[in-house]
Design a protein around this ligand. Sequence first.
Ligand code: ADP
Ligand code: MG
Length: 306
Amino acid sequence: MDEFELIERFFNRRISSPGVAVGIGDDGAVLQPSPGHDQIQVIDTLVEGVHFPADSQAEDIGYRVVAVNLSDIAAMGARPCWMTLALTLPPKNEQWLDDFASGLFAAAGEFDVALVGGDTTGGDAVVATVHITGEVATGKALLRSGAMLGDTIFVTGTVGDSAAGLELLGRGERDSFLTNRFLRPQARIETGCRLVGCASAAIDVSDGLIGDLKKLLQASGVGGELDIDRVPMSDAIKVHFDESHRTRLALTGGDDYELCFTARPNAVDGIADITAIGKITDEPGLACRQGGVIVECDDSGYRHFQ
Ligand code: ADP
Ligand code: MG
């Protein structure tokens, strides 16, 4: 199968999508931005052996490479519109490509994101790069840099599940909820869009709650206090991990793809599935509080202050 056949067969799905004047097949895609909007461009690469084990299911790789990009779009408060795909592949059978494409289009289809172009090359390992363009009303993108003294810190959903799912997989155990949280991250697009005009700053939690919250605080030039007792955890993580272990996963485990954001205390009333976990202060850095006392936290773990 040559490159042309491969693209036609697995990636050229002629779905008519808003704003796509010319999609796959020409030298470039022709896209029509919506008037009154800014564009958000995000890109993320997954490398075999680095970001996923070599024996991963092709469908999961395809899903994930779209989902991690959607999460960055969500953190900007934008709606995803179009994507391109750069795929480097060792010789692969057709089943692998079929599975990869079905995961990719499953994630893209959840938000009607059209694949409008890409590049396909041979190489020694699978490297998949997706680039997504999103749109947000002009001047309204959520940034990391807007947190202000007196804001509350929130997080969506629950954290630590993905790292928990990965740890269980490593032990040869499975919990369908936790494993799925790792394999099939759900980007918080709807919440991100609702936060526009309400939140002062936002970041998606991909490297661990503490590490990513620190990035937001630094970008905003403020400090924060995190109330560890209020960090939301799932019932499933409580079944499989004791308190100290699950707290470490929730604070420092990666790949949650939840949103951490700041807002005036009442500005986000009525938004579902969010939890207040702390507040912005004028003390530089991040202080963590547990059981009423300040504990020392760093990106790789946390321990009680002696
Ligand atoms: P060129 O030689 O101009 O770079 P290609 O032969 O690489 O063109 O690609 C032909 C068309 O197929 C282009 O529209 C390109 O965007 C698209 N394309 C190539 N690889 C992929 C892919 N993996 N997924 C989607 N579209 C692709
Ligand atoms: Mg060309």
